[in-house]
Design a protein around this ligand. Sequence first.
Ligand code: ADE
Length: 228
Amino acid sequence: MRIDIITVQPGLLESPFSHSILKRAQAKGLLEIHVHNLRDFSTFKHQQVDDYQFGGGAGMVMMMEPVVRAIEHLQAQVSYDEIIYLTPDGETLNQPMANQLSLKGNLLLLCGHYKGIDERIREHFITREISIGDFVLSGGELAAAVLVDAIGRLIPGVLNDETSALFDSFQDNLLAPPVYTRPEEYRGWKVPDVLLSGDHRKIEEWRHEQSLERTRQRRPDLLGNPKK
Ligand code: ADE
């Protein structure tokens, strides 16, 4: 999969993809990430990319022209399955969406800034709008990094058995059960006996019960019950 990201803050995206699992995904040739500076596509003085909004009001709007030039420049080289705009008023990212996007070919991400992008870009170019939660960030870059991380680790072949996503929280609409490692006892705090029993059927049952209980307590909405 190839992911291109268009941003006015390329510096913010310099390092999040050079570590751990995403680094390995790129080294294995399963993922390619390219960050593009929107200002490079501006034909205006001082590489301007934003302007005052029609109708008045505080805050600048990202202009059509540089964004369209950037998108069309990339589209001439790469065919994209989705052109995604990161915005707080998009659909909220969740695990099923990440699973679905991880199976796509190439993605183009557009990071919003200021008051956002001219609505006509959304109407004519954007195929999907994604928010990472009900809060407002200063720009779409960190949201793009979150999205790329959530998708990248799910690309087939990226995770091995040890890091498998099968048992992640949300994979079956349940939160993950608690986990423990050595020592068996620390300051009198013990690891649950069942995990030391060697009885794999019992261990699986215990984990499932813990997952259910944790989900009931913390995220009843995942079980179809409204959150209190
Ligand atoms: N840009 C600003 N806030 C955002 C959010 N919560 N999700 C995605 N993009 C954003």
